[in-house]
Design a protein around this ligand. Structure first.
Ligand SMILES: [Zn+2]
Length: 298
C-alpha cells in the first residue's frame, strides 16, 4: 500500500481532492440519494435501478427488459437488463455486453451504468452504431445481502462455462451466447487495490481498448502500476491472465469477442469510482469503432 501511495505526488493527490470537491458539487441530489441509499443496509433492487427505469420511460434509445426467473427462499427474482440501441452507424451493428455487480457487494458498477446511460442520453453520438446490452445487477441476492457471493454461497464469477447449477450464471451464459456479443465488459470494484486496473482476455486487441479506458479514468482516480496485482503479473495496470470461471464468452469461438474486466479501487470515493467508469466505457466504444473501421479498410 505504502509503495503505491508514494507513486503519487502531493500535487496529484490535491488535484484528485479538488476534482472530488467539484464532483460532489455537481452530483445531482437525486444521484446522491441513490448512492447513499445503495450503501446502507436497506438496499433494494428497485431503488438502485430507479434512475435507469426513469430514463427508460422517456428515452427513445433505452429499453428495460428484465429476463429469466428463479427463486431463492420462496422469493422470485429476475435479472435486470437494459438494451440501448444507438443511432444507426455506417456498418453492422456492434453488440456489446456490460455486466456489473456480479459480486453483490460491488454496487459501484450498477451506479456507473446509470451514469453512463445519462451520458449517452446527453450525447447519443457516443453509442452510434452500437447495441448495448446492460446488466447492472448480475447477482441480485448478493446485492440485497451486501455479500460478494450469491445467497447460495457461491462466487458467481468462478462458475462460468463449468456446467454450473447457479441460475444467474446459466441465464448470463445464455445471454453471452445468444446475443453473439462483439465485446464483453465486466465492472468490478476491488477493496485491496489502491488504484484502477483491469484484466484483458478474448480478442487479441483487447489490451488496446483497456489502455485508453484506464487513461480516461485516470482523470478521476490513480492507476495501480504495481508489478503484481491480485496475485497476477501486471503491466501498467493491465493483467493478461485471470481466474478460471469468470464471466466471459465460451472458448473456441471463431471470432472471439474482446473481454475487459475493469476494476476500480473500492476503498476510494464512491463518487469518483462512478465518475471514472463513464469515460472509460466511452473510450472503449470510441476505440473499438475506430479499430473496426480500420479493419474494414484493410
Ligand atoms: Zn468483483
Amino acid at each position: 500500500m505504502a509503495e503505491c501511495l508514494t507513486r503519487f505526488s502531493r500535487a496529484t493527490v490535491n488535484r484528485f481532492r479538488l476534482k472530488e470537491k467539484y464532483l460532489m458539487k455537481t452530483t445531482t441530489q437525486a444521484e446522491s440519494s441513490v448512492v447513499e441509499k445503495a450503501t446502507t443496509s436497506k438496499r433494494t433492487l428497485e431503488r438502485i435501478l430507479s434512475p435507469l427505469e426513469k430514463i427508460a420511460e422517456s428515452s427513445a434509445g433505452l429499453l428495460s427488459k428484465p429476463f429469466g426467473q428463479f427463486e431463492h427462499d420462496g422469493k422470485s427474482y429476475s435479472l435486470p437488463r437494459y438494451i440501448y440501441i444507438g443511432e444507426k452507424g455506417g456498418g453492422d451493428v456492434i453488440r456489446i455486453g456490460i455486466f456489473a455487480t456480479l459480486h453483490g457487494d460491488e454496487p459501484e458498477g450498477a451506479l456507473a451504468i446509470s451514469r453512463f446511460v445519462s451520458a449517452l442520453e446527453a450525447d447519443p453520438d457516443i453509442a452510434k452504431g452500437y447495441a448495448l446490452f446492460l446488466y447492472p445487477i448480475c447477482n441480485p441476492t448478493g446485492f440485497e445481502d451486501n455479500t460478494r457471493h450469491s445467497r447460495t454461497g457461491k462466487d458467481l464469477n468462478r462458475e462460468f462455462w463449468k456446467n454450473s447449477s447457479e441460475p444467474e450464471v446459466r441465464l448470463l451464459e445464455t445471454e453471452v451466447w445468444t446475443h453473439a456479443l462483439d465485446g464483453i465488459i465486466s465492472l468490478h470494484a476491488d477493496d485491496t487495490s489502491e488504484g484502477l486496473y483491469g484484466f484483458v482476455n478474448g480478442a487479441v486487441f483487447s489490451e488496446n481498448l483497456l489502455e485508453p479506458a484506464l487513461r480516461e479514468a485516470e482523470n478521476f482516480l490513480p492507476r495501480n502500476r504495481n508489478e503484481m496485482i491480485d496475485g497476477f503479473k501486471a503491466r501498467d495496470g493491465i493483467i493478461t491472465e485471470g481466474y478460471h470461471g469468470v464471466l466471459q464468452a465460451p472458448r473456441g469461438l471463431a471470432r472471439p469477442p474482446f473481454e475487459i474486466t475493469f476494476e476500480t479501487p473500492q476503498k476510494t470515493s464512491l463518487h469518483r469510482q462512478v465518475e471514472a467508469n463513464a469515460p472509460a466505457l466511452q473510450a472503449i466504444l470510441v476505440e473499438y469503432r475506430y479499430l473496426m473501421a480500420i479493419a474494414q479498410n484493410i
